[in-house]
Design a protein around this ligand. Structure first.
Ligand SMILES: NC(=O)c1ccc[n+]([C@@H]2O[C@H](COP(=O)([O-])OP(=O)(O)OC[C@H]3O[C@@H](n4cnc5c(N)ncnc54)[C@H](O)[C@@H]3O)[C@@H](O)[C@H]2O)c1
Ligand SMILES: N[C@@H](CCC=O)C(=O)O
Length: 524
């Protein structure tokens, strides 16, 4: 994306070339100049407006208006589903190589627009510049990965041997075919990658789609949809609605003509959608990617410099608002004091502020209710446990205009709710254990099973990999204890309450989730 030898991923983003910063700074200025406009939804060939709009402001500075977006209703969800249904016959019969070509164009456009898109993303979500650039690039890489899988599998259409018959010839074939209208509902924290990835997968496999972005990230959703449209998708193949999850999101998820859904968000909403999709006249596919309560385990034999770096990066990257964020640390007693000291020192050194600026690594949390959830958690820990670093809201100077909080390391009794419930905030808890065995048992004693990290000796690794109940695991990784998967390198998906399918995004097994098998036998 910039200098020829540099490939941006979440594990290479710590030491980018200088030219990357110059281009990002230029893009920021341009992005700010475009903000504040009103944006329509998109249904079929039409830009659609609702009776009223909502205003979207930056979590960095509430005075900065990003745009006005439509407060879509259940009726708009219905219109969008109808448009997608009408477009389905032609799109599903479009030769798969043509669909791949259009989606490759979408990926290329996203990559081309990486600077403009990531500048907007940084202002809208409060991601730092490297996380923002990373996410937009990840979106392009996910779509390209799905195009590659389509090609590698020859469109998921295979000839099988003829039946061993005499006197007849039976031609046998198995095909994976699209379901129909696919809904994609995305979370605020990865509004490009976790929208563009599933939209790309749904479309390349021949489904048509209705997309709903999170309201906090309506601008990113709009920019992403523009890129798909500019790639040449026929009208109606991809429709885009905005508005509250509890109204238009709910209407979309419960629409009887939606054949399948990819929901990424909280377990609370995801589980209710999964139940709805299992409870109709027949079960419909529901890919629900949900939350995490991800643990890092540190043994007495760990390299503590690596462990501390990896934990801090995963606990506080994007302000702890990643499903993969490290929110629990179990450290063996012999290493506990040193690890605690290192974590506190690294945490105290984190620069928090406007994350579009190169010098700041941490930005604000997304909105007032996220800051309130953080405040409640640290107040509760203050009463029952110990705050080791941070533990407060940040309101000094310009920070007062945004939703800033201090990265926090704390200890709390094991039965405290903060050990159980995802806080989605920059808050990591630490506890001492007698053995790695005990640590793994504690890590697994969670409804969630998304990511996990381990730092320890070579002969401890297999035991960890074998027993840990998580879909994405990392060992001795300073770049991130529990975060930082990249398409093609680390497939990403959760077990238990973290994911409904047991298969990961960016994996070899993902596209078949968007299709159903038809075995065809034709006798001459
Ligand atoms: N497993 C993963 O890959 C993954 C990735 C990113 C985020 N997440 C999870 O997402 C959550 C954070 O994102 P969020 O705060 O946007 O989540 P959320 O559940 O509040 O919202 C997610 C999306 O669902 C919509 N929505 C809300 N209520 C709805 C309803 N009743 N019916 C239909 N749609 C509804 C929202 O508008 C939004 O677009 C965290 O729990 C995080 O762990 C998981
Ligand atoms: N894919 C990201 C997390 C996405 C969820 O929020 C990671 O691997 O850290």
């Amino acid at each position: 994306m910039t200098e020829q030898t540099y490939k941006l991923t979440y594990s290479t983003m710590f030491d980018p070339p200088a030219s990357l910063h110059e281009r990002f700074d230029a893009a920021l200025g341009e992005a700010r100049a475009t903000m504040g406009a009103e944006h329509a939804m998109r249904v079929g060939a039409h830009a659609v407006t609702a009776d009223d709009c909502f205003e979207l402001r930056s979590p960095i500075d509430r005075e900065l208006l990003l745009g006005r977006f439509q407060n879509g209703t259940a009726a708009h969800a219905g219109q969008a589903v109808r448009a997608a249904r009408e477009a389905f016959p032609a799109w599903s019969h479009t030769p798969w190589r043509e669909r791949v070509a259009i989606l490759r164009r979408a990926a290329a456009l996203i990559e081309e627009r990486v600077w403009a898109m990531s500048a907007c993303l940084s202002i809208e979500v409060g991601k730092n510049r490297m996380e923002s650039l990373g996410e937009v690039q990840e979106t392009a890489d996910l779509i390209a990965w799905y195009c590659d899988r389509m090609e590698e599998n020859e469109g998921f259409d295979r000839r099988l041997p003829n039946d061993p018959l005499t006197g007849f010839t039976s031609h046998n074939r198995t095909r994976l075919r699209p379901y129909g209208v696919w809904a994609v509902i995305a979370p605020f924290n990865f509004p490009f990658a976790l929208a563009g990835g599933p939209v790309g997968a749904a479309l390349v496999t021949g489904n048509t789609a209705v997309f709903k972005t999170a309201s906090d990230t309506a601008l990113s959703g709009t920019l992403l949809m523009q890129a798909f449209r500019d790639a040449g998708l026929p009208d109606g193949v991809l429709n885009h609605v905005t508005g509250p999850g509890s109204t238009i999101g709910e209407a979309l998820a419960s629409h009887p003509d939606v054949a399948g859904i990819t929901f990424t968000g909280s377990a609370q909403v995801g589980m209710s959608i999964a139940r709805e999709f299992a409870g109709g006249r027949w079960p419909r596919p529901c890919i629900a990617e949900m939350g995490g309560k991800n643990a890092a385990i540190v043994s007495d034999r760990a390299d503590l410099e690596r462990a501390a770096a990896g934990i801090v990066r995963s606990a506080f990257g994007l302000q702890g608002q990643k499903c993969s964020a490290c929110s629990r640390v179990y450290v063996q007693r012999g290493a506990a004091a040193e690890l605690r000291d290192r974590l506190v020192a690294l945490t105290d050194a984190i620069k928090v502020g406007d994350p579009t600026l190169r010098e700041n690594w941490m930005g604000p949390v997304i909105n007032r209710s996220a800051r309130e959830r953080f405040r409640r958690a640290v107040d509760a820990i203050g009463e029952a446990g110990t705050i080791l670093a941070g533990g407060r809201l940040l309101t000094e100077g310009a920070l007062e205009r945004g939703w800033f909080v201090a990265p926090t390391v704390a200890a709390a009794p094991r039965d405290h709710y903060v050990w159980r419930e995802e806080q989605f905030a920059p808050l990591v808890l630490i506890d001492e254990v007698e053995s790695v065995h005990e640590a793994i048992a504690l890590a697994n004693a969670s409804d969630y099973g998304l990511t996990a990290g381990f730092y320890g000796g070579a002969d401890e690794i297999d035991g960890f990999l074998d027993r840990i109940e998580a879909g994405v695991v990392y060992v001795n990784r300073p770049q991130g204890a529990t975060t930082g998967a990249w398409p093609g390198y680390q497939p990403f998906g959760g077990w238990k309450a973290s994911g409904s399918t047991g298969k990961a995004i960016g994996s070899f097994w993902y596209l078949p989730l968007y299709m159903r098998e038809q075995s065809q036998t034709v006798v001459d």
